[in-house]
Write a protein that binds this ligand. Structure first.
Ligand SMILES: [Zn+2]
Length: 319
């Protein structure tokens, strides 16, 4: 580590343990409309969240909020309130920005729940800088991992849960030139024993879908257990590769060197019924639409990696 890096790290580490900013009290008490919209958005039909009579006869005796909504109650909105109060978070980000670590990406989030939240609970969030890593070399660029811990308390001051959130503040790779683009490679898929079959299929030019060997249900992404019948037995079917764009986004920031912008990240619904995240290529992003018929092709994006990607296709069942 150079002296300059050491001085920066000492300054960054000096902020560990300090409040990231002033405590933030929730705009609204825990309430049924927000819970209802959340459950609708994520498809959670558990009646203890939305049906008063079912909740009353449950172990909870009343409506409870989904634990994973914890952070939703104290979201500060798209435009955070000003002034923020100049907490350690602002100072820390300023130090990292001035040192050239101007880009940010979230990397981990862990939540712990001390109790279920009830309608009317009023939450306050307090955030502390928990850790700053030494400079690390990552695929996105060199940077520091910054960990904050948020503690959520109720109207009595009792802790109801906490969240550890980690970001990477990194120095973006130089602007794309033909040489840096040639060197930059797409992130590698995380291949494990559950999904290895999928990538082995791709290498053979087959788009495989996992199928429960007991009840026949298809599932993707791959996993060890059937969500319908809990069987651990499975085989695969080869997809026709035909489907439609179920949803899509066109990412603009942060720019990652391996990608040419703009490009399309799509959730493709295959004719077989499962969906997968991929790219739609061979078409201007502005021309992509939800419901667009697409067909898979296997694209060698570099010497080692082949990816299934999708191109616009004629509608219907024709080849
Ligand atoms: Zn099954």
């Amino acid at each position: 580590m150079s002296d300059e890096n050491g001085v920066l790290l000492d300054k960054l580490r000096g902020l560990v343990g300090k409040p990231a900013g002033p405590p933030f009290s929730a705009w609204d008490a825990v309430n049924q409309p927000m819970i209802r919209h959340w459950c609708d958005a994520v498809g959670d039909t558990n009646p203890i969240y939305t049906d008063p009579s079912a909740a009353a006869s449950s172990a909870h005796g009343q409506i409870v909020a989904p634990p994973t909504m914890l952070q939703a109650w104290t979201m500060k909105g798209l435009v955070p309130p000003t002034p923020e109060g100049g907490g350690a978070q602002e100072e820390l980000m300023g130090l990292l920005d001035s040192a050239g670590f101007t880009s940010v990406v979230a990397t981990n989030c862990e939540q712990e729940y001390a109790r279920y939240l009830h309608l009317g609970d009023e939450l306050t969030a307090e955030q502390v800088i928990e850790d700053v890593s030494p400079e690390k070399h990552t695929a996105l660029g060199d940077g520091h991992f910054v960990t904050t811990k948020t503690t959520f308390s109720d109207q009595h001051g009792d802790v109801v849960g906490s969240m550890t959130f980690r970001i990477l503040k990194f120095r973006p790779a130089p602007a794309s030139t033909s040489s840096s683009k040639a060197a930059a490679r797409r992130p590698r898929p995380a291949i494990n024993r559950d999904n290895a079959f999928f990538w082995e299929g791709i290498d053979r030019g087959e788009l495989l879908i996992q199928r429960c060997a007991s009840c026949g249900r298809l599932r993707h992404p791959p996993g060890p257990m059937c969500p319908s019948c809990r069987s651990l037995d499975w085989d695969t079917v080869v997809s026709t590769g035909r489907g439609v764009v179920y949803s899509f986004v066109v990412p603009h920031h942060p720019q990652v060197p391996a990608f040419e912008y703009p490009y399309v990240v799509a959730l493709v619904e295959l004719d077989e019924g499962t969906r997968l995240v991929s790219n739609v290529v061979g078409v201007e992003p502005a021309e992509v639409y939800v419901g667009m018929p697409v067909a898979a092709e296997f694209v060698a994006v570099d010497d080692e990696l082949t990816l299934p990607q999708f191109r616009p296709a004629a509608a219907g069942n024709g080849a």
